[in-house]
Design a protein around this ligand. Structure first.
Ligand SMILES: Nc1ncnc2c1ncn2[C@@H]1O[C@H](COP(=O)(O)OP(=O)(O)OP(=O)(O)O)[C@@H](O)[C@H]1O
Ligand SMILES: [Mg+2]
Length: 428
């Protein structure tokens, strides 16, 4: 009998809603068989502000993914972001029960419960309690305490919490689209599964997922989460600045940014004139690339300065020898890595998830893809990460599937590429 599981991830972003359906075999090999993207509606800075609109966008993305995969999913792992989210580190301690003083699953559950007891306002809800390390009779750094001997079990955890209203509105939007929520997963935690290596997490690394409305931050050291936060800025602010600075419609600003935008004026070798639509929408104006860059640069500097302040505030700079990894759609702006490195003083690389390299044959939309043909994989870091998170963290990972209309692999792949092409053609 086939041991293949189906997992569905739903990235509810400010710019796009992305649904991914993956088949996972018994060796945890992932095959993405369905992908659906819909323009995001009803969200502001990562937060649902209109349940009906958000739910419609979710439905559209999930249906596209279902059609491509030939599978109907009943439940999804959902990414959550927004500046309502904050985190604290918390400690729990219990005595090991049982006559042989061997740590059992129930002891681990009790110590995790003990760590969960933190002051919470009525308006707050816990999203994650993530164990960072266990300590048995004073011995630190234990990752898997089950079966070990000892009398005193302690745990250091990272607790992520957020506004009850914002969390409930996200869950309602997903449920209104006819889906159950398997689990809510912090966006940057999900992305960390798809773009960071274990070596980087062990050595110490900061990850920044720069999306449309938020910049999500997470720091790892010695394999453990040290810090998470969400900053209320993203690529949409850059597009707004361009629209105002160049007196052009937002949709034109978005195109100009993707095709000609550069994060830092130092990176411009040759100034060129670009044709830009006037705000009236039917006349063109000539704008110099240098001027475009002067509009973009202060916002990008501001974003990376906020990241630098977060790193300083948390005292994690010396803990990140593996440097900074930037991902998310806005990380694709040319010159972002070098500007981020200049501002933070850290080595910076672009974080690109695996499993979607097949996209290269089909993403030919000249707007979404840079002139150099670069594939926008960082846009999918959270979606792919949700699938890998589910495999690594959930006891029963399989998404409920309602109906299966099995197609052969070739059919799935062709359909997948065609749908994707249609999306990128439609989206802009
Ligand atoms: N090639 C590119 N160059 C520059 N910016 C880009 C590129 N591709 C996408 N972007 C920008 O990335 C942003 C969208 O990123 P992403 O899809 O990761 O956001 P999201 O997940 O929907 O939003 P969020 O995570 O903030 O809720 C937009 O501002 C878009 O303009
Ligand atoms: Mg995102």
């Amino acid at each position: 009998m086939s041991q293949t599981k189906v997992i569905a991830g739903l990235d509810v972003g400010t710019k796009k809603i992305c649904a991914l359906i993956a088949e996972v075999n018994q060796d945890d090999k992932i095959e993405i068989v369905g992908l659906g993207i819909a323009p995001s509606d009803g969200l502001r800075k990562g937060i649902v502000v209109d349940i009906d609109k958000a739910s419609n966008s979710i439905s559209e993305a999930v249906k596209k993914a279902e059609r491509m995969a030939g599978i109907e999913v009943g439940s999804v792992y959902v990414g959550i972001a927004g500046s309502h989210i904050n985190s604290v580190n918390s400690h729990g301690v219990v005595a090991v029960t049982g006559s042989n003083k061997e740590v059992k699953e129930s002891d681990i559950e009790r110590v995790m419960e003990a760590a969960r007891v933190i002051p919470l306002s009525q308006e707050e809800k816990i999203i994650h309690v993530i164990p960072r390390e266990f300590i048995i009779d004073g011995t630190k750094g234990i990752k898997q305490p089950q079966g070990m001997s000892g009398v005193r079990l302690e745990v250091e955890t990272h607790i992520v919490k957020g506004s009850t209203t914002s969390i409930n509105n996200l869950v309602k939007s997903v449920e209104k689209a006819g889906l159950e929520v398997n689990e809510l997963v912090l966006d940057q935690l999900a992305s960390s599964y798809s773009v960071l290596s274990n070596d980087e997490k062990e050595l110490g690394v900061a990850l920044v997922d720069i999306g449309g409305g938020t910049t999500d931050f997470i720091v790892f050291h010695e394999g453990n989460i040290k810090y998470t936060s969400v900053l209320p800025v993203g690529g949409n602010h850059v597009s707004n600045d361009i629209a105002v600075g160049l007196r052009t419609p937002i949709s034109e600003a978005e195109k100009i940014k993707i095709l000609h935008g550069i994060a830092s004026c130092d990176e411009i070798d040759e100034d060129q004139k670009i044709d830009v639509l006037k705000a009236s929408g039917n006349e063109k104006q000539k704008i110099s690339k240098n001027y475009l860059c002067q509009v973009i640069e202060p916002r990008m500097e501001e974003m990376f300065s906020m990241v630098e302040r977060e790193i300083k505030k948390t005292g994690t700079k010396d803990m990140t020898p593996a440097g900074l990894v930037i991902t998310g759609g806005a990380s694709l702006l040319d010159g972002s890595c070098s500007l981020a490195s200049q501002i933070t003083g850290l080595p910076v690389r672009l974080g690109e998830p695996d499993y979607i390299s097949g996209f290269s044959d089909v993403i030919d939309n000249p707007v979404y893809v840079k002139k150099d043909g670069r594939i926008p994989t960082p846009v999918f870091s959270t979606g792919v990460g949700l699938i890998i998170y589910a495999i690594n963290n959930s006891k029963s990972v399989s998404t409920h599937t309602k109906k299966r209309n099995k197609r052969n692999n070739k059919e799935i792949v062709n359909s997948f590429f065609n749908k994707l092409k249609t999306f990128f053609d439609d989206f802009f």
